[in-house]
Design a protein around this ligand. Structure first.
Ligand code: SF4
Ligand code: SF4
Length: 693
């Protein structure tokens, strides 16, 4: 009875403290921006895959497996912990043992997992304390953060040791007193044999001591977690459930901007008026401070484990720039911790002269991001760091008119010329001079409707190197007698660069204008050679009314090859060694890794992969509008690093499938003085060469 009373008191105190901590966090959520989430079926599937099956953690085989074992072990051991709480409340012994075979199974798996977790935790501690693993360090990690991680690991180790101790002495005591051993303990039954000759009262004392130690550690652990990096133990599953389900390359549409842009494009457009008495809320564009982030962004920051997997793959960080995606998450959490209590006291408008953007995160950090999504790809709790970075860029550009000078020029060019460069829109079809390229207006004028719209993109129309790629690609289309047409001078920049540089207004103006043209021609299928435009047309135009079946040119080529319509002979490429650089917006953003590889495999060449390839591929450094601005200061340029990785393969040809990657890798080859030995081609060019076109 005394044990029961003591237990219930401890349980109530623990629950009280935990509820208070949870309530503190809950109150902060009301200051964040709303975000709708739906598609529950997809979310459940994602939670099973990422949270329970540890899909992302297992991308790194051995360390991932160790971490996954700890997690799976925790889930199994949770059953025993629930039983201990019930036993504590009701003063029973092994209350769930009536479950029979299932009970034996759960006890047995818990008994097996306890030493596995203990060994894994010791290995984690050794790694943290004695091996200088880069991702465990960084200016954003204070000494206390490191101590916090080590302390939590030590607690987990003690939890496992007390669990093993409890199981061991329980069996000793049960056997000595002739009680039936409830449950099956395949590991600790061997330990129990060593202690059979200790006195029964000592065995019982040790059993109870370990029982209390284990349960008190659980209560203690649960109550320090909300103040520790290990809060993710609670937050990771719900965080994965509410996290993004869209392709990594997708960016949320800003509905408030859509309304403004539609009014600019058509002042007579009708919009729903706010109800009488209902003031239209004037919203800040983008994120300046923590109250501007969405509740999902804030939840992401609470679930961040500070593991540094995002930092480890961030091309900006790798090359010595200030940006750390982990810091973006940690700063969001810290700023809410600082401002949240004040907002509770003084209201949402409380101003302490500080802000997330400015006090915590600098413009230099934000502009260093290439929007490559490598961080989001690796994050084990499925955070999406680039969307917070982009929202801060949106604030800088749309509220403060602050963008690096190169980008201001690009914005002006897109607005005036429909391209990031200063070319006349009237020259948009000059790239096709001398070729037979059907133009949509002409084709439609004679009553035809082509099957495909070939989206040329600004680089295809104006970049000297990529104009050649487009010419080769249309030669292939003509050879295949593909039913296609281009928009010609009716095409304008897709707006991808403007959007990723934070100029949502300009993006939406471009997108809505293009959509009007595309829908006017009742376009259904689009082919493009630009992965950035591919991503924008496929994933982002639908939010604004442009719904098309969009193919990247490598997907189109692969389809023709697999259907036997395109045969490749070989010619001068025979025996060449080729490496392929995955463009971020075709690969990670849209998970297309196979189509380009299948096309290369159809060529008479030897394919060699870089160490970082497919979803692990490193960005070329051009994305996120970096192509049009000076790189932030660091130890190295990203394009040089990536070119070195390509050169390491010993390939004769570095091949890619994106105009930006092509520019970057061409520059990298020049920088390394390798122009004579190593060539840079787009996949379409390789196919055209092989076909002798
Ligand atoms: S998107 Fe790429 S560059 Fe930006 S923070 Fe993530 S990994 Fe770094
Ligand atoms: S954001 Fe994700 S990957 Fe980065 S430190 Fe946090 S949990 Fe790890």
């Amino acid at each position: 009875m005394e044990k029961q009373i003591a237990f219930i008191i401890v349980l109530l105190i623990s629950l009280g403290i935990f509820s208070y901590s949870a309530y503190r966090y809950y109150r902060f959520f009301k200051f964040t921006r709303p975000k709708k989430i739906g598609d529950w079926g997809k979310r459940i599937k994602m939670t099973i895959e990422i949270a329970f099956l540890q899909k992302k953690i297992l991308r790194k085989r051995w360390v991932g497996l160790m971490h996954a074992m700890v997690w799976w072990g925790f889930l199994v051991i949770l059953f025993g912990s629930i039983e201990m709480i019930l036993d504590g409340i009701f003063g029973t012994e092994k209350i769930l043992s009536f479950l029979g075979g299932f009970y034996d199974f759960m006890m047995a798996t818990g008994d097996i997992f306890a030493p596995i977790i203990a060994i894994a935790v010791i290995a984690f501690l050794v790694r943290r304390l004695f091996m200088h693993i880069k991702r465990f360090y960084g200016p954003e990690l204070r000494k206390i953060d490191k101590l916090d991680a080590d302390f939590a690991l030590t607690l987990i180790l003690l939890l496992m040791l007390s669990l093993m101790g409890m199981n061991t002495y329980y069996q000793v005591w049960a056997q000595q007193t002739g009680n039936e051993i409830l449950g099956y303990y395949p590991v600790t039954k061997h330990f129990a044999k060593w202690f059979m000759d200790i006195p029964t009262d000592v065995a019982y004392f040790r059993y109870q001591f370990n029982w209390w130690t284990h349960i008190l550690l659980i209560f203690f652990f649960a109550n320090i977690l909300p103040y520790s990096k290990h809060f993710h133990v609670f937050m990771s599953v719900p965080n994965v459930f509410v996290s993004r389900i869209e392709p990594l390359g997708y960016i949320d549409n800003m509905e408030n901007i859509t309304k403004e842009v539609k009014m600019m494009l058509d002042p007579n457009a009708a919009f729903e008026e706010p109800d009488e008495g209902e003031e239209e809320q004037i919203e800040r564009f983008g994120v300046k401070d923590v109250e501007d982030v969405t509740w999902v962004n804030y939840m992401n920051s609470l679930a961040c484990t500070q593991c540094g997997r995002c930092v480890e793959v961030c091309p900006a960080n790798i090359t010595g720039k200030l940006l750390s995606p982990r810091k973006v998450m940690m700063d969001t959490r810290k700023r809410m911790k600082e401002k949240g209590p004040e907002m509770i006291k003084h209201g949402r408008d409380f101003d302490d002269g500080k802000a997330l953007l400015g006090t915590y995160l600098t413009e230099e950090e934000l502009w260093a991001c290439t929007m490559c999504n490598a961080c989001a790809q690796e994050c084990p709790v499925n955070n999406h760091q680039p969307s917070v970075i982009l929202d801060m860029r949106r604030y800088l550009v749309m509220e403060e008119s602050k963008a690096p000078s190169g980008l201001n020029t690009v914005f002006a060019n897109i607005e005036n010329n429909g391209a990031p460069w200063q070319f006349s829109p009237e020259d948009r079809l000059l790239w096709a001079e001398g070729l037979d390229v059907p133009v949509m207006a002409d084709v439609v004028a004679v009553g035809k409707k082509p099957e495909y719209l070939l989206w040329v993109g600004s680089a295809g129309a104006f970049d000297d190197r990529y104009k050649k790629v487009m010419r080769d690609f249309v030669k292939i289309l003509n050879h295949l007698k593909t039913d296609y047409a281009v928009l010609g001078v009716e095409e304008s920049d897709s707006g991808d660069v403007a959007r990723r540089a934070g100029n949502e207004m300009l993006f939406q103006m471009q997108a809505l204008t293009n959509i009007e043209v595309l829908n006017g021609y009742e376009v259904k299928k689009i082919i493009t050679a630009d992965p950035h435009d591919f991503n924008t047309l496929k994933n982002e135009y639908p939010d604004l009314g442009g719904k098309y079946e969009v193919m990247h040119h490598t997907q189109f080529l692969q389809k023709q090859i697999s259907e036997g319509k395109l045969t490749i002979s070989g010619g001068e490429l025979e025996g060449k060694k080729i490496t392929y650089h995955d463009p971020c917006y075709l690969g990670r953003a849209n998970e297309e890794y196979e189509a380009p590889r299948k096309v290369i495999e159809a060529l008479p060449v030897e394919m060699v992969e870089m160490k970082k390839h497919k979803s692990f591929a490193m960005c070329c450094g051009a994305g996120g509008a970096q192509m049009f601005k000076e790189a932030e200061k660091g130890e190295k340029e990203i394009f040089i690093d990536r070119t070195e990785q390509a050169l390491e393969t010993g390939a004769d040809i570095i091949c890619t499938a994106c105009p930006f990657c092509m520019t970057m890798l061409t520059d990298g080859i020049k920088y390394k003085n390798k122009e004579e030995e190593v060539k840079n081609y787009d996949i379409a060019e390789l196919v055209a060469i092989s076909m002798g076109l």
